[in-house]
Design a protein around this ligand. Structure first.
Ligand SMILES: [Zn+2]
Length: 137
């Protein structure tokens, strides 16, 4: 085998091993995230869709979650929701079964719309204060 052939063969072998290792890591993360999901939400996922070695999608009871690897705690879970104001898909972190219940009990609002609504409330409150002042005069 010539030098060029040897170099290419070594490189290809290395590349193949890297890909295998990566596939293994993707699979391992998805498995660990599924276990953690079950521990956190007391329910087995219906489907686990591996994405990469730091994220996967978990489907359960018609809900879609994204699991993301966290350096200090295994994974963080994000619930996929559609905003009730602008109809955009967004993800919000969900910490526990109780927190999931809280999120499911209210109208989903993306950060943008939640901000706009709270600004609107502030303005209305200010206007009401002004009205009270006018009436007092
Ligand atoms: Zn929105």
């Amino acid at each position: 085998m010539s030098l060029k052939e040897k170099a290419i063969a070594v490189y290809r072998k290395e590349e193949e091993e890297c890909k295998e290792k990566e596939q293994q890591e993707i699979k391992e993360f998805a498995e660990a995230a599924a276990k953690e999901f079950e521990r956190c939400f007391r329910e087995k996922p219906d489907e686990i869709i591996p994405e990469d070695d730091w994220s996967c999608v978990i489907e359960c009871d018609g809900l879609r979650f994204k699991a993301k690897r966290d350096t200090c705690r295994g994974s963080r879970f994000y619930l996929g929701l559609v905003c009730s104001e602008c109809n955009r898909y967004f993800e919000t972190e969900v910490m526990s079964l109780e927190h999931l219940g809280f999120l499911l009990s209210r109208k989903p609002l993306c950060q943008n719309c939640a901000y706009k609504i709270s600004r609107r409330r502030e303005i209305i409150k200010k206007l009401e204060e002004v009205l009270v002042l006018i009436k007092e005069e």
